[in-house]
Write a protein that binds this ligand. Structure first.
Ligand code: FAD
Length: 117
């Protein structure tokens, strides 16, 4: 089957948005279980991502730069760094990871407030 670069890029954009939004919602002070869940998720993701060569490259990145899960900023910062490594390979501009703050908004209600309501 022929490669369709448009679909491949669309899947990439949707996936990055999901991953960065997930990291932006990761707890500031994660439990041991939350940390394991995040790290395991990333490793399983890298085995299952449907673009095979993308997944292989991402596994190479993980081998060198394992997922960081000590805090929200560690997780978001690590993912931003990893995405920049992919950008570099694809000759895309680097993203300034210091500005990632409120860039990824899940649009969902705050969980704590929802419980109060
Ligand atoms: P994307 O890279 O998709 O980024 C989307 C948006 O995220 C950008 O417009 C910007 O606003 C923001 N952004 C950019 N960099 C960062 C960052 N570092 N941190 C946070 N936000 C950022 N494609 C291939 O052709 N070959 C590959 O090997 C390949 N590997 C991939 C591996 C993974 C794990 C994923 C998820 C995707 C991969 N892709 C690969 C797809 C590729 O990374 C892009 O998603 C696709 O080319 C579309 O690029 P884009 O220019 O729209 O921006």
């Amino acid at each position: 089957k022929l490669e369709n670069a448009t679909l491949k890029a669309e899947l990439g954009r949707a996936t990055w948005r999901f991953l960065h939004t997930m990291a932006a919602r990761f707890p500031d002070k994660p439990t041991k279980d939350e940390r394991t869940t995040f790290e395991t998720f990333i490793h399983l993701f890298a085995r299952l991502y449907p673009c095979g060569d993308c997944a292989q490259h991402f596994r190479d990145i993980l081998a060198k730069y394992p997922p960081q899960s000590g805090s929200r900023s560690a997780a978001a910062g690590w993912l931003c760094y990893a995405h920049n490594l992919v950008n570099e390979r694809l000759k895309k501009p680097a993203f300034d990871c210091n500005t990632i703050g409120d860039f990824y908004d899940c649009g969902c209600a705050d969980d704590d407030k929802k419980k109060e309501a």
